[in-house]
Design a protein around this ligand. Structure first.
Ligand SMILES: [Ca+2]
Ligand SMILES: [Ca+2]
Length: 203
C-alpha cells in the first residue's frame, strides 16, 4: 500500500494534472556568470539581449528565429568569455530529459548539481538544424538535481539560448507512465476505502 502511494506521489511530481510531462525548470531562477548581450558580429548584431528569465519562461521561439533574439553572448568579448548559464531549480528534482533551444552551430554541454552540492556532467548538446535557434531534445540517465548549468564548448563564439526545459523522463515514455499514474491512484484510493469499510464493520 505504501509502495503504491509512493509511486503515485512520484507520478504526481512528474506530470501535470493534464497528464503532460512536467517541465521542472519552468519559471525557475536563471543567472549568468559573465556579461551577455555585448559585442556580436559587426553589421547584424542586435545590441539588446533578452532577459535571462526568458530561458525558463516555457516559450520556444519559432524554429530558426535569428540567434540574437534570445539570451546571447559573444565569447570573443573578454567580459563574456567562459559564460555559463545556470538554472536554480529551487529544490531537488529527478531529471532524465531536456529540450534546449539554442544557436544551431555550436556544441553545448550541461552539468547538474547534486543535492550534496557537487557539479557533475549531464549531457552534451550537439549542433543541429540549418541555422540560428534550433531545439534539441536529449535524454540521459535520470539524476536528482538541484540546479543545471549550460556552457558552450565548440562553435563560432557567438552563442545563444532561448529555452531550457527539464523533464523526469522523455515524453514518449512519460505517456505510458501517465497512463499508469491514474490506475495507481485509483488502486491506492480503493485499498484505502476497503480498509476503512473493514474497520467500520468491526466497529
Ligand atoms: Ca523562452
Ligand atoms: Ca553560434
Amino acid at each position: 500500500m505504501r509502495y503504491l502511494v509512493a509511486l503515485a506521489a512520484v507520478a504526481a511530481l512528474c506530470f501535470s494534472l493534464s497528464g503532460a510531462p512536467l517541465n521542472v525548470a519552468l519559471g525557475k531562477s536563471v543567472s549568468a556568470t559573465a556579461v551577455v548581450g555585448a559585442g556580436g558580429p559587426t553589421g547584424d548584431g542586435l545590441p539588446v539581449t533578452e532577459a535571462l528569465s526568458s530561458i525558463t519562461d516555457g516559450i520556444f521561439k519559432p524554429e530558426v528565429t535569428y540567434w540574437q533574439q534570445a539570451v546571447w553572448w559573444d565569447e570573443s568579448q573578454p567580459a563574456s568569455a567562459g559564460n555559463i548559464i545556470e538554472i536554480d531549480l529551487g529544490g531537488t528534482y529527478q531529471i532524465g530529459a531536456a529540450k534546449v533551444q539554442a544557436d544551431n552551430n555550436d556544441v553545448y554541454h550541461m552539468e547538474y548539481r547534486t543535492p550534496g552540492g557537487a557539479w557533475l556532467p549531464l549531457v552534451s548538446i550537439g549542433t543541429a538544424g540549418p541555422f540560428w535557434l534550433v531545439t534539441r531534445e536529449v535524454t540521459f540517465a535520470p539524476v536528482f538535481a538541484t540546479a543545471v548549468r549550460i556552457d558552450a564548448d565548440l562553435g563560432d563564439q557567438y552563442y545563444s539560448v532561448a529555452e531550457v526545459q527539464l523533464y523526469a523522463v522523455p515524453e514518449p515514455a512519460t505517456l505510458g507512465l501517465a497512463a499508469l499514474a491514474v490506475p495507481i491512484l485509483w488502486l491506492a484510493r480503493r485499498k484505502s476505502t476497503q480498509v476503512g469499510r473493514r474497520r467500520g464493520t468491526r466497529l
